[in-house]
Design a protein around this ligand. Structure first.
Ligand code: ZN
Length: 299
């Protein structure tokens, strides 16, 4: 579509630093001690949920909190609160939506121990909010739904709830962002459902720059082998899995193993924010490029 191409060009011409400063601020806020390691389970939404809400409202999205109960152990239940923000389709004929997910919950704090969860998963949430800003003013012929999921760490509960409540409504695809901090190899990884095999080059080409490259896998086992992490099941490891189970095609973006995973050392000083801004720009490119793909193209 012509108008899409023009707006993509405008987007690419925007200076990186203008867009990335808000990204930096979001990373600082989400990992701050005030945010207490973003715990999940309480009856009322954590303050991080309200912060995320406000950031999605700024570029004009429709934002709601969707609460749910989940089981903890045998007797206890917890409450989770997804933040669901919709960028509405502006066309008369709207295709099935793209659902972008990133979990905002982390391990919380215990005593003096503060788990900032910078890579896991402030990076995913901050990039998701940055994508919403970058898409501002761009007209698309499908809804883009951003879901900041809760209680991922306790069993992908937020994503399970979201998938259950959409029922049989068609979804074009899920894009899941979990741990986007670029490690030594300057490579971001993606695990995608086989539906996207014909689009591999199109997806990887959004990352053709000096800072960050993308490698796409279509098999969890192959990804585990290449990342030297034979014990990790990348298909079941994060929020894309409930979508996959519901037969919704997905692409999961992540940077692989992190030695600080689930430790108090997963902190902001370990994150290269310039590379994170580049990741955000490139994933926005993927979203725009896939938004104009018809479902039949992937068959
Ligand atoms: Zn995570």
């Amino acid at each position: 579509m012509q108008w899409l191409r023009i707006s993509t060009l405008l987007l690419l011409l925007m200076p990186l630093n203008v867009l990335s400063s808000a990204l930096t601020r979001d990373m600082v806020v989400l990992t701050s001690p005030d945010f207490e390691g973003r715990p999940s389970g309480a009856k009322v939404p954590h303050r991080s949920a309200f912060y995320i809400m406000r950031q999605f409202e700024k570029p004009g999205l429709d934002v709601q909190i969707s609460s749910f109960e989940f089981k903890r152990g045998f007797f206890e239940t917890g409450t989770g609160h997804n933040v669901v923000a919709t960028k509405h389709c502006t066309s008369k004929e709207c295709h099935a939506p793209i659902v972008i997910t990133a979990h905002y919950d982390h391990l919380g704090s215990s005593g003096y121990r503060h788990y900032p969860g910078a890579n896991d998963n402030a990076t995913g949430v901050a990039v998701m909010m940055d994508i919403a800003r970058r898409l501002k003013g761009i007209q698309l012929d499908r809804n883009i739904v951003f879901v900041a999921t809760d209680a991922e760490e306790k069993g992908l509960h937020g994503a399970k709830h979201y998938v259950a409540q959409i029922g049989d409504d068609p979804v074009f695809m899920n894009i899941n962002l979990d741990m986007l901090s670029i490690q030594k190899r300057n490579t971001l990884y993606a695990l995608a459902s086989k539906d996207f095999k014909p689009l591999k080059t199109q997806i990887e080409s959004q990352f053709s720059n000096q800072l960050v490259q993308l490698t796409v896998f279509f098999s969890s086992k192959r990804m585990a082998r290449k990342l030297n992490a034979p014990k990790i099941d990348w298909l079941r490891a994060s929020d894309h899995y409930p979508f996959h189970r519901a037969k919704i095609p997905f692409i999961y973006f992540g940077s692989g193993l992190d030695k600080n995973h689930h430790s108090t050392d997963d902190s902001l000083d370990k994150i290269n924010l310039e590379k994170l801004a580049q990741v955000s720009k490139s994933i926005t490119g993927v979203v725009l490029s896939l938004a104009s793909v018809n479902a039949s193209d992937t068959n």
